[in-house]
Design a protein around this ligand. Structure first.
Ligand SMILES: N[C@@H](CCC(=O)N[C@@H](CS)C(=O)NCC(=O)O)C(=O)O
Length: 229
């Protein structure tokens, strides 16, 4: 295990989230990058609500997780954190400036081209599911997700990783593809090479260690009033 209470790197995560969010909270991608890089880290667990308090907003202006702290460096945004980790450890960024730029390009594609549609889907089906506008929006969002996954699948083809060797770009893309579940899960039937790609990522020992540590972290209780009608 790379979780070590004396490690110089600290990340933040929640001590409790509802079941639907477990496996999806974005500390997972940071843990995965740290595991791939072989870097020990410790975790500061935030009880729900404290992410919006000044102490945490000082390191994450939007009151979210994850964050990354080491020495005098504090970072927020999972993409920036993963790229920072990748930059200092072999195995997540290939050799050579062009190859590195292409790996970074896929990190941004995951976060900026694929994830927003999956976030829209989560808003419509979970966070605002009870709002009258959500049900009518679902077909259009689903179509956009399908289009993007089809395009990604076409580019990936039968190759193992997006740019030949596993990189931070694959890590972020596969982390984002974790959001394709529930009513969207059938998309993987239409794009089997994408399903196999995600499975290849999930089979990596570093992913498995990160996922286990992610789940083990949920030792807190729901906030007062959670689940009340
Ligand atoms: N763009 C940010 C998004 C971070 C984010 O959405 N974090 C969620 C957990 S996965 C969160 O803390 N949400 C609480 C909130 O927004 O109040 C990143 O990639 O780090």
């Amino acid at each position: 295990m790379a979780v070590d209470p004396n490690a110089p790197i600290t990340i933040t995560a929640y001590d409790w989230v509802p079941d639907f969010a477990r496996g999806l909270v974005r500390d997972l991608r940071v843990r995965w990058a740290l595991e791939e890089a072989g870097l020990n880290y410790r975790v500061e667990y935030l009880p729900q609500g404290t992410q919006k308090m000044p102490a945490h907003r000082a390191r994450q202006p939007f009151g979210q997780v994850p964050t990354f702290e080491e020495d005098d460096l504090t970072l927020f945004e999972s993409g920036a954190i993963v790229l920072h980790i990748a930059d200092r450890a072999p195995g997540l960024l290939p050799e050579g400036p062009h190859a590195r730029a292409r790996a970074a390009e896929w990190v941004f594609a995951a976060l900026n081209t694929i994830e927003p549609h999956l976030s829209d889907w989560a808003v419509a089906t979970i966070f605002e599911a009870d709002q009258p506008w959500s049900e009518p929006r679902k077909p259009a969002i689903r179509e956009r997700v399908d289009e993007r996954l089809g395009e990604l699948s076409s580019r990936l083809g039968d190759t193992e990783w997006l740019e030949g060797t596993f990189s931070a770009g694959d890590l972020m893309m596969i982390a984002v593809l974790q959001m394709v579940g529930g009513e969207l899960a059938d998309m993987f039937d239409r794009y089997p090479s994408l399903a196999a790609y995600r499975e290849r990522g999930e089979a990596r020992p570093a992913f498995q260690r990160a996922l286990e540590a992610h789940h083990q972290g949920f030792t807190g209780k729901p906030p007062a009033g959670w689940g009340d009608a």
